[in-house]
Every structure is written in structure tokens, then in C-alpha cells.
Design a protein. Structure first.
Lengths: 156, 156
DNA sequence: GGGCATGGTGTTACTTTATAACACTCCCGC
DNA sequence: GCGGGAGTGTTATAAAGTAACACCATGCCC
């Protein structure tokens, strides 16, 4: 998301939807998990577990161990509220947690934003390619590095 | 590659092609780099940098530092002789180093094999999805987790 | 052939990312 | 209110990757 949007709205919206989803599923979105989700959403850039850890320590003043963060992230990923970007060892909020989907990402090398897409064509092509080889798909990962529109238009 | 193939042939073939390619390009496939390539090829399973490091130390008797291996791997990846599997932090030999391509992989959760495919449909779908959003693709990553044909047929 | 620039390798130390093992606590249902 | 399971805290450790700098070897120029 190339700047210039009301990001507090993104965060609030993400939290509201997470609350609703977890309530509906009987999953426990505890204070800690909710806070970690909020910190993941603090931008549209994927954030590392240790960056979140630092935020927790500094902003909230509590000294936290890595495991605490990893456990919260694990829960959030399981619930589909957060995706892990494998090629960055980092986490980013999911834009459409209600839908079951495996994330596809366009990661900008310049600004670091990771735009989530859920392109049916890409999914279908992967399914077809796998089926043709007798491979049963469980979890596809698509992470495309490149330059986002706004960084192409405003190079630095 | 579900067992039952002459893997020494795979290795020999990979090395021969690497020699030819590097000679053609004026790239220096030194003894160390060649040896690391051989170790990457020791199976069709992605191997971690530290596994290769251990092989170097134990099989060859030389104590080597991680950096040595990483540097060799970096070279091999640049030359397209080896691909990095992001979701595993591991490396696997490229089946078709002559062609320029970004790897697409079917990674079996059961046996660990990573089958490289270069499916034009998948590539085209990604290009189309990116183009529709004004995103310029530099390096697509596709890593599909699931079950390979042979592991579906012979569950354990 | 001597000098020298470049690229490759060795060595030490260190950072970042992730997990193991185990204790404690809180909350829910009964 | 209490027993059990899920969640969290704590300490330690493993795995993956990088920085800085020295040394060596190869090839090229003169």
C-alpha cells in the first residue's frame, strides 16, 4: 500500500474482524495475541518476529521472550489472520482472513510492501501443474519479488 | 525422484553440465565450488548449508567455516546451478541450468524430495496477475508443499 | 619475469532467527 | 472449588546467516 491511506483504519478493521472470526470459531484471541496481531499490522510491510518482540518490550515495557512472540504468531497463522513470508522470514497481516486461501504475495524490493493477492488464475495453474505430475497440493507458496507500481513511478 | 534411479548418474551429469556452462560463461567453477555443487546434488532433497558444511568437514576432513559454504552456494545460485528453497532454508540442484528460469518446486512433506518444474502456465498466470496490478516481476518464487505421487501410493 | 589488481578462500567473531524443556497460572466446565 | 487443558513465563540452546579483515592465487600488463 503505497502510503497515503488511513492506516489506523486498516489496523482497527483487522482487529475487529479478528475478534469476530475468533469468537465465531471459538478460538481464543487473548490480549497478547491481539497485541501481536496489532503490531504485525503496524504497516503493510512484513515484519520479523524479533521486530515485534522489540515493540512489545519497548512500547509495552514488558520484557518478553522470543518464544512468546513465536507462539502468538503461530496461533495467528493457524487462524489465517497472518501470513508468513518465507523468503523474508517475516509476517504480514492477512487482508481477507474470512476466506480460506493460501497467500500469494507481490513483494516490492524498493519499499518493502507486500501486497497480498489471491489470483484464481495462479491457483488454478499451480493445481493443474501439480495434478499433471500426480502431486497432491497441500500448501502452495507464491512470493513474487519485484517493483510495485508506485515505486516504478517514483524511483528514488 | 522417488528412489530407484541411478543417482550417481544425476550427479555426474550435473557436474559435467556445470563445467561446460561455466567454461562457456567464463565463470570460475573452482574445486571448492564444484565440491559444494556435488554435495548439494547428493540427493534430490533440499539440503541445508550446515549439512553441506558437515559433509565438507567430515568427508573431506577439512574444517570449514559457514561462510565458505555460503559463498560457494551464492555463486552456484547466481549461475543457476542451484536453487534455494526459501521455505526450507535449503538448497537443491537445478535440473536445467542451461535455461534461464526461476524455479518452481513441488516439495513432498513425506519424503522431502523437491521436484523442480518449470510450468509455463504457472509463470504466465503470475505474470498476468502482476501485470494487472502494475507490478514489475523480478523474481517469482513458487514452492508447493504436498505429497508426491510415490508417497501417496506408498504411505507409511 | 616482476609487479599488481582482482577474485577467491580462510579465520574469528558475531547477529538474527527459531526451538526445547519445564514450571506456573488462568479460565472453563463440572 | 477443583481438576484439567490451554496459555504464558523463563532459561537455555540450536540453526541459519553475516561482517570484517587477512592471505593467497591467478591472470594481465608492462
Amino acid at each position: 500500500m503505497p502510503a497515503l491511506h488511513d492506516h489506523t483504519h486498516c489496523i482497527a478493521d483487522a482487529l475487529t474482524r479478528a475478534d469476530a472470526l475468533c469468537a465465531e470459531r471459538g478460538a481464543r484471541l487473548t490480549a497478547l495475541r491481539r497485541r501481536v496481531l496489532e503490531l504485525v499490522w503496524s504497516s503493510h510491510r512484513p515484519r520479523g518476529a524479533y521486530a515485534i518482540l522489540e515493540d512489545l518490550s519497548q512500547q509495552d515495557g514488558k520484557a518478553t521472550a522470543p518464544l512468546t512472540v513465536y507462539r502468538a504468531l503461530e496461533f495467528l497463522v493457524e487462524q489465517g489472520l497472518v501470513h508468513r513470508i518465507e523468503s523474508l522470514n517475516a509476517y504480514v497481516g492477512c487482508a481477507a482472513p474470512e476466506d480460506v486461501h493460501s497467500g500469494q504475495f507481490l513483494v516490492c524490493e524498493a519499499c518493502g510492501d507486500a501486497a497480498e493477492i489471491d489470483d484464481p488464475g495462479v491457483g488454478a495453474a499451480i493445481d493443474a501443474a501439480a495434478a499433471g505430475r500426480g502431486f497432491r497440493v497441500q500448501r502452495p507458496t507464491v512470493e513474487v519479488r519485484g517493483l510495485c507500481k508506485s515505486c516504478q513511478e517514483n524511483p528514488r
